[in-house]
Write a protein that binds this ligand. Structure first.
Ligand code: FE2
Length: 263
């Protein structure tokens, strides 16, 4: 079973640019063409938040129009740039999204189970999970009865060492780590938010973050580094469940020289 993940689309109203720098809508269209062209095609596309840039109706309209071209089914979740109620209003056909409050949900795609945990704090850019969210997660994981599970969170629950990202991580990750650590069937925790591919062992599982389909945030590890973004190649992640294990690939979106002979 092949899952694809894209993240941080930052869609703008039709005709407007993201940060006055790039055409994030065109870049999403390119990401969609890339996903549609994969062989084998992913069975499901996970879209891990920051679907749009400012939570505007006009942005969700543009998002809906763009995603209509995506051929595999897809799951949405909010990030800190989304307005979660506006999102739900524009995607009524995505009935797994709760109508009110945090957009936690479970989707079973045997043999895998997808558990999405909404880490957003309306009006803020950092992430947080309250006691009700933790209790919801525990129940959702118990309900899987050991099925291999992928947990989606927009905000990564760890400091990655890039100072201007770590200010906006998911706060107080210890309680979350305890809950997830009790379920060895969690194969991956998949995040967005940081616009970079990062890996970490966390809560007894593998945590991976996804690049953005738009700009990538600068990899700067000095504690006094100033924030910046670059037009590094956008990418998606492909999570391949095969022979009882998950293998994660990074698939770059764009035209590159090749193919060249291998041997
Ligand atoms: Fe983002």
């Amino acid at each position: 079973m092949l899952l694809a993940q894209i993240s941080d689309l930052h869609v703008r109203p039709a005709g407007q640019r993201y940060k006055d720098a790039v055409d994030s809508n065109r870049m999403l269209a390119e990401a969609i063409a890339h996903l549609n062209g994969l062989d084998p095609r992913p069975e499901l596309v996970l879209i891990t938040g920051d679907l749009v840039d400012e939570g505007l109706d006009a942005e969700y309209e543009a998002l809906w129009d763009l995603l209509a071209a995506l051929e595999p089914p897809f799951l949405l979740m909010p990030g800190n740039h989304d307005d979660r109620e506006t999102l739900v209003r524009h995607f009524p056909e995505h009935a797994y999204l709760p109508p009110r409050g945090p957009k936690h949900y479970v989707v079973d795609r045997p043999p895998l189970r997808i558990v999405a945990l909404d880490t957003t704090v309306p009006g803020d850019h950092h992430g947080e999970v309250d006691a009700a969210g933790l209790a919801w997660l525990e129940t959702a994981l118990q309900g899987g009865r050991g099925a291999p599970t992928v947990v989606l969170m927009h905000h990564p629950p760890f400091a990655c060492g890039i100072p201007y990202l770590d200010r906006y991580m998911c706060r107080d990750p210890g309680r979350l780590e305890k809950v997830i650590g009790r379920f060895p069937n969690v194969e991956r925790v998949l995040c967005g938010h940081v616009h970079r591919p990062i890996l970490r062992r966390w809560a007894g599982t593998v945590l991976a973050t996804c690049p953005s389909t738009a700009t990538q945030i600068a990899l700067r590890l000095r504690t006094d580094a100033s924030p910046a973004s670059f037009c590094e190649p956008p990418a998606c992640l492909l999570h391949h469940w095969q022979d009882g294990a998950m293998v994660t690939h990074t698939s770059y979106i764009g035209r590159f020289e090749g193919p060249f002979p291998f041997a």
